[in-house]
Design a protein. Sequence first.
Length: 115
Amino acid sequence: QVQLVESGGGLVQAGGSLRLSCAASGRTFSGFRMGWFRQAPGKDREVVAAISWGKYTYYADSVKGRFTISRDNAKNTVYLQMNSLKPEDTAVYYCNKDPPVVGYWGQGTQVTVSS
């Protein structure tokens, strides 16, 4: 059974930084593109960033230049470094394959940015 566990969220002031981690267990994600997604209250879940096995990256326009996605294939872990955080970044952040698999969604990690 696949399990994705996100961690690293918290409360931070605008302009601050957080580093999210996503540890995968149950299977390896070798060869797969992985993504970070977020869902703010009252909004649809959206992709924030994605990274291929070969470490090519994609970023949503709203986070480009501020967020950095990376992965450690040996550890089956994906990271999201978030800098210059804004109140509009407040959301629950999830990782998943990209495109996402319904059964792989974890609990997510809450990120709250105060102004």
